[in-house]
Design a protein around this ligand. Structure first.
Ligand SMILES: Cc1cc2nc3c(=O)[nH]c(=O)nc-3n(C[C@H](O)[C@H](O)[C@H](O)COP(=O)(O)OP(=O)(O)OC[C@H]3O[C@@H](n4cnc5c(N)ncnc54)[C@H](O)[C@@H]3O)c2cc1C
Length: 400
C-alpha cells in the first residue's frame, strides 16, 4: 500500500491523560486548530493513565517552587469539576497521613506546612481524632487529615475526554507508532505513513525519552521503569479513607498505602519495584533487550553509588514481591488487618520515572522541554493524573 501523508496544526503522540487534556486545552485556546492524537496501542489509556491508583491528590507533598507544588491542587479542583459536569463518580473519601514513630512527626509537620502553602484544606489531628474517623488506623501521637483527597476511575475520565475530543474534530490514530523524525516538521509512523505538523507534542510516557532522543535532545535523561503492584483487601468496610505513611521526600514515591477506590474497593500498594524493561507488566510480556540492558546499567549504577539511599530503597522494594512482606508493611498503618482477607490484585502499573544520567538523581518534578516545533513532556509521574488539567493549562499558556 502507498504510504499516506497527512497535515495537521498539532500532532500529539500518546493518548494518555496528558495527551488528551492537552488536546482539550489547545482546542479551547484555538478551536480551529486541526489536531491529531496518535497512539501505538489500540485505544486510549492503555498505560499509566489506565493503570494508576485513581487517587485525586490534594497537593500536600510538593513545595511551591515546583510544578507539582503549583499544579496539583488546581488539578484536583479542575479534575473534580470535570467529573461533576460529566456525571463521573468521585469518592470524596479524604486521606489520613499517619506517623509510625517520633521521627515521622517532623515529616508530618512539613507536609502540613506545604499543604498550607498550597492552599489545601488539611488539619493536624490527634491520634484519638484519627481513630474516631477511622477505627483501625494506627498512628503515633497525631495524623494529618486531608479532606480534599479523593478517588475516581481514571479510565472513565479518559473515555469522557476521548468522546468529547472526537466531537470537537480531533482525529485519533490508534495502532500508530511514532517511528522516526523525517524533517523539521514531519515524522513517519512504523508503517511509513507521514505526519506533517506545525507543532508536535511528545506525551509518550514510558517512551517519551526515546522519542526525545530521536530529535537529538534529552540525551542526559533516561526513563527508568518502576513497577507498582497491589494487593486487594476483601472487606470493603475495613477502611473508608486513603491511609498513607509519611514518605521519604528524597524519593519520588509515596510508600505502600491503602487506597479506597471510587466504588469502595480497598487496594494496598503500589510498590515501586525497579522493573527490567518498560512494559514489564507480567512475565516476559513485551520484553525488550535494549531497554533491559539500559535499565540494568542505570539501576546498577544507582545501586552502587547509592544516591538518596537508593540501595536500601531497592532492596526494600524487591522484598515487597512477597505478599507477606507487603502485608507486614501495610500492617504498620492499621490494626486488625486480617491476612486471610488479602489477595493479590491483577492491577499493575509502571511509572515512567526520569533520571538525570549526569548526576544519577531521580528527577522529582515534571519536565517540559521545548525546541522549535516540538514539546517533549518527560517525567509525567504521580501526581500526573491529578495535575493533568492544570498541567495542560500551564503548557498552553507557557509554550504554545
Ligand atoms: C502504579 C501507578 C500509580 C499511580 N497513581 C496515581 C494516582 O493515584 N494519582 C495520580 O494523580 N497519578 C498517579 N500515577 C501517575 C499517573 O498515572 C501518570 O502521571 C499519568 O497517567 C501519565 O500520563 P501520560 O499521558 O503522560 O502517560 P501514559 O498514560 O503512559 O500515556 C502515554 C501513551 O503514549 C503511548 N506511546 C508510547 N510510545 C509511543 C510511540 N512510540 N508511538 C505512539 N504512542 C506511543 C502509549 O501507548 C501511551 O498510551 C500513578 C502511576 C502509576 C504507574
Amino acid at each position: 500500500m502507498e504510504p499516506i501523508s497527512r497535515q495537521f496544526d498539532v500532532v500529539i503522540v500518546g493518548a494518555g491523560i496528558i495527551g488528551l487534556t492537552l488536546a482539550a486545552a489547545i482546542k479551547r485556546y484555538r478551536s480551529t486548530y486541526k489536531i491529531a492524537i496518535i497512539d501505538k496501542e489500540g485505544s486510549y489509556a492503555r498505560h499509566a493513565s489506565g493503570r494508576n491508583s485513581g487517587v485525586i491528590h490534594a497537593g500536600i507533598y510538593h513545595s511551591q517552587d515546583s510544578l507539582k507544588g503549583q499544579l496539583t491542587h488546581r488539578g484536583n479542583i479542575l479534575l473534580k469539576e470535570f467529573c461533576k459536569s460529566r456525571n463521573i463518580s468521585v469518592n470524596e473519601c479524604g486521606k489520613l497521613v499517619v506517623a509510625q514513630n517520633n521521627d515521622d512527626i517532623a515529616g508530618l509537620e512539613l507536609l502540613f506546612k506545604r499543604s498550607k502553602e498550597n492552599e489545601v484544606d488539611a488539619q493536624m489531628i490527634s491520634e484519638s481524632e484519627a481513630q474516631a474517623r477511622e477505627p483501625f488506623v494506627k498512628t503515633y501521637d497525631r495524623a494529618l487529615f486531608v479532606k480534599e483527597s479523593a478517588s475516581v476511575d481514571p479510565i472513565q475520565v479518559c473515555e469522557a475526554l476521548f468522546v468529547e475530543l472526537k466531537e470537537m474534530g480531533v482525529e485519533f490514530f490508534f495502532n500508530t507508532k511514532f517511528f522516526r523524525r523525517d524533517s523539521v516538521s514531519s515524522f513517519v509512523d512504523i508503517t511509513g505513513n507521514a505526519f506533517h505538523y506545525e507543532l508536535l507534542i511528545n506525551t509518550a510516557g514510558l517512551c517519551a525519552d526515546t522519542i526525545a532522543k530521536s530529535f537529538g535532545i534529552a540525551d542526559e535523561y533516561t526513563v527508568l521503569p518502576f513497577k507498582g503492584v497491589y494487593l486487594k483487601y476483601l472487606d470493603r468496610n475495613f477502611v473508608k479513607h486513603h491511609i498513607y505513611p509519611v514518605p521519604n521526600l528524597e524519593m519520588p514515591f509515596l510508600g505502600v498505602h491503602f487506597t479506597v477506590s471510587v466504588d469502595g474497593e480497598i487496594l494496598i500498594g503500589p510498590t515501586a519495584i525497579p522493573a527490567f524493561w518498560k512494559e514489564n507488566y507480567k512475565g516476559f510480556q513485551n520484553f525488550n533487550f535494549s531497554e533491559y540492558k539500559e535499565t540494568l546499567y542505570f539501576d546498577g549504577k544507582l545501586f552502587m553509588q547509592n544516591k538518596n539511599s537508593f540501595r536500601k530503597f531497592a532492596i526494600e522494594e524487591l522484598r515487597k514481591l512477597h505478599s507477606s512482606y507487603l502485608i507486614r508493611t501495610a500492617n504498620q498503618l492499621v490494626r486488625n488487618l486480617n491476612p486471610n482477607k488479602v489477595i493479590k490484585s491483577d492491577h499493575v502499573g509502571i511509572r515512567a520515572q526520569l533520571i538525570d544520567n549526569r548526576t544519577l538523581e531521580l528527577v522529582k518534578d515534571f519536565k517540559v522541554i521545548k525546541e522549535e516545533k516540538v514539546i517533549h513532556i518527560l517525567n509525567s509521574v504521580s501526581p500526573g493524573f491529578t495535575s493533568s488539567f492544570a498541567f495542560a493549562e500551564y503548557v498552553v499558556k507557557k509554550f504554545i
